[in-house]
Design a protein around this ligand. Structure first.
Ligand code: CP
Ligand code: NVA
Length: 310
């Protein structure tokens, strides 16, 4: 059964139904297989995506831009200083103006409420390309990647180790939608957002998943199928970097932590990685790591999202 997602905003994975999530994963798989077989689909011929970036990006920018081009459409890169937003034009006016020109808007910015506001006024779908609060395209890609590597999702144990940040929040939402057992291990005071935890618990109770918080990384990773980490200081937190390095040191993903999980544990990271901080070279470059397959999958997953909503 297919569910219609045309016109839908992708602001948070929590807003999607499990059916919508599974359908997105399925289409991403189809696009990936067809592309590897040299077949081109062009469902977005003649369509345009505006991409607003208020923070830097390698993966998000390139995968969206290449992705829409592969689907027959076109992307405009709009950096922080390119729009009248910088001179005080409101988000609401920007949303209504852009909606007259383009078929979708992707935005990466600081305040999550700005994406909510943009989506409220835009008449075309808005896709969240990362805020301080959530990173839904990343989390959907992550569950797609795990399903690809393991052939299933329900019942697997994913342990996120490090800062309870935007990536951790989005993973909680996505994991709960598909029945993963998600454990988030952070130092005290750096837990993921309480509202996200409550939302994820509510979803997990329906999907057979579970959500647990921990302050003990070694215990948390026991029997883990996946260990996931991200930077200790996210974009915008540069001033706290030195202090955070001290707090998060016991949460480094190194060979010793990997050895405490299942022998076939997968290592994931949204990238960019700060090698030597949250993860050692040995782990990122080691046999458990799937970080570059994960990065590639941003392309396939986002092509599916764009084709479904635009
Ligand atoms: N993972 C991710 O979103 O990477 P970029 O910051 O390079 O887009
Ligand atoms: N938590 C990181 C993710 C980068 C993709 C940040 O927000 O900088």
């Amino acid at each position: 059964m297919t569910v219609c997602m045309r016109g839908k905003d992708i602001v948070s994975v929590y807003d999607l139904t499990p059916e919508e999530v599974w359908q997105t994963l399925k289409l991403a798989e189809t696009f990936k297989l067809r592309q590897k077989a040299g077949l081109m689909d062009r469902p977005l011929a003649g369509k345009t995506l505006a991409m607003i970036f208020h923070k830097p990006s390698t993966r998000t920018r390139v995968s969206f831009e290449v992705g829409i081009w592969q689907l027959g459409g076109y992307a405009l890169y709009l950096g922080a200083s390119d729009l009248q937003l910088r001179r005080g034009e409101t988000l609401a006016d920007t949303a209504r103006t852009l909606s007259g020109y383009v078929d979708g808007i992707m935005i990466r910015t600081f305040a999550h409420d700005d994406v909510v506001e943009l989506a409220r006024y835009a008449t075309v779908p808005v896709i969240n390309g990362l805020t301080d609060y959530l990173h839904p395209c990343q989390a959907l890609t992550d569950i797609f990647t795990i399903a690809e590597k393991r052939g299933r999702l329900t019942g697997l144990k994913l342990v996120y180790v490090g800062d309870g940040n935007n990536v951790a929040n989005a993973l909680l939402h996505a994991g709960a939608k598909v029945g993963l057992q998600v454990v988030v291990a952070t130092p005290e005071g750096h837990e993921p957002d309480q509202r996200v935890v409550a939302e994820a618990r509510q979803d997990a109770s329906r999907t057979g998943g579970s959500v647990e918080l921990s302050n003990r990384p070694r215990e948390a990773v026991r029997e883990a199928d996946v260990i996931y980490t991200d930077v200790w200081a996210s974009m915008g937190q540069e001033a706290e970097e030195a202090q955070r390095k001290r707090i998060f040191q016991p949460f480094q993903v190194n060979q010793s932590l990997i050895s405490a999980a299942r022998p076939d544990v997968l290592f994931m990271h949204c990238l960019p990685a700060h090698r030597g901080d949250e993860v050692t070279d040995e782990v990122v470059d080691g046999p458990h790591s799937i970080v570059f397959d994960q990065a590639e999958n941003r392309l396939h997953l986002q092509k599916a999202l764009m084709a479904l909503v635009m």
